[in-house]
Design a protein around this ligand. Structure first.
Ligand code: C2E
Ligand code: CA
Ligand code: CA
Ligand code: CA
Length: 279
């Protein structure tokens, strides 16, 4: 038994070491990832339930690692936040999104918007708003084509500074969305104190919405509240037709999730929107 215990203990620490080694290696590789252009934005369409058209897509970053293949954001965004590299990654995301909007400007997707994700750490950079303005100007993209999704940490830490940054961004014409609404602190004061255009209801309320009355009641109440404040509602993680119908009946404005499409490369999104009669 002692032997066993010792072996399993060793196995456990090796597992932890492996993970730590992988983390350290990834962090080292992150330093060169930008120089070598290893990031890519995948786009997930958002369906407007009023028009049944896709007029926007969320940009979700992936890392095409030369040895490890496609790495999802949860494996490197937290690392990049710790090391501070997130600032440069965020700048790259802004540029890449504006470049994509510019590529669409004169074609059938000229009305598309792109929503990017920005974490609290990225707002630490006082130059962020100027950088976004420069990117919009460089690619001659209308600010109203760009949305920024923010999670709640932005509304509870460095409130004065963040409100300032977000007001400047909003004054440019960029749309602001609260991401993952309903998990975490969810203070209604954000809706009063920040210039919010959209509220994204977290997937955890949508997953069981057709079976769980509480989730439906909360989603309905949040939607009504948002609408009364002039804020549009996006439901995240919609995976079934039943959920879509349900959300339509709750007057939800936009749905996003695997039912419409997984996040895909831009060229795939173009094909999807061209060939799918639904949109
Ligand atoms: P998020 O902003 O909440 O993004 C939604 C996540 O849910 C995405 O995961 C998306 O692929 C996934 N998803 C979408 N529809 C469905 C669905 O119907 N069912 C299920 N089960 N999942 C769905 P992903 O791409 O792995 O991104 C994870 C998180 O990484 C994002 O959560 C966001 O917080 C962060 N992230 C992604 N891109 C960026 C970025 O460019 N910058 C920053 N700072 N964070 C990013
Ligand atoms: Ca998001
Ligand atoms: Ca989200
Ligand atoms: Ca999330």
């Amino acid at each position: 038994a002692k032997e066993n215990g010792r072996n399993s203990y060793q196995f456990y620490t090796e597992g932890m070491q492996d993970r730590e080694v992988r983390r350290l290696e990834l962090d080292k590789d992150l330093a060169t990832a930008l120089e070598q252009d290893q990031f890519v934005l995948h786009l997930q369409p958002q369906l407007d339930l009023n028009t049944m058209e896709v007029n926007s897509a969320e940009a979700l970053i992936r890392w095409q690692h030369p040895q490890r293949g496609l790495i999802p954001p949860f494996e490197f965004i937290p690392l990049a936040e710790e090391s501070g590299r997130i600032t440069d990654i965020g700048r790259w995301v802004v540029m890449a999104a504006c470049r994509q909007l510019a590529a669409w400007r004169d074609g059938p997707l000229s009305r598309m918007k792109i929503a990017i994700n920005l974490s609290g750490r990225e707002l630490d950079n006082e130059d962020l708003v100027d950088h976004i303005q420069r990117a919009l100007t460089l690619f001659q993209v209308d600010a109203s084509r760009l949305e920024v999704e923010l999670t709640e940490e932005i509304f509870i830490q460095n409130i004065e500074r963040n409100r300032n940054q977000l007001k400047r961004l909003h004054d440019l014409g960029v749309l602001l969305a609260i991401d993952d609404f309903g998990v975490g602190y969810s203070s209604l004061a954000y809706l009063r104190d920040f210039p919010v255009d959209l509220l994204k209801i977290d997937r955890s309320f949508i997953t069981n919405i057709t079976e769980c009355p509480d989730d439906a009641i909360i989603t309905r109440a949040v939607t009504n509240l948002a609408h009364n404040l002039g804020v549009k509602v996006v439901a995240e993680g919609v995976e079934t037709e039943e959920q879509l119908e349900f959300l339509k009946n709750l007057n939800c404005d936009v749905v996003q999730g695997y039912l419409i499409s997984r996040p895909v490369e831009a060229t795939q999104l173009e094909i999807l929107l061209r060939d799918n009669p639904r949109f």
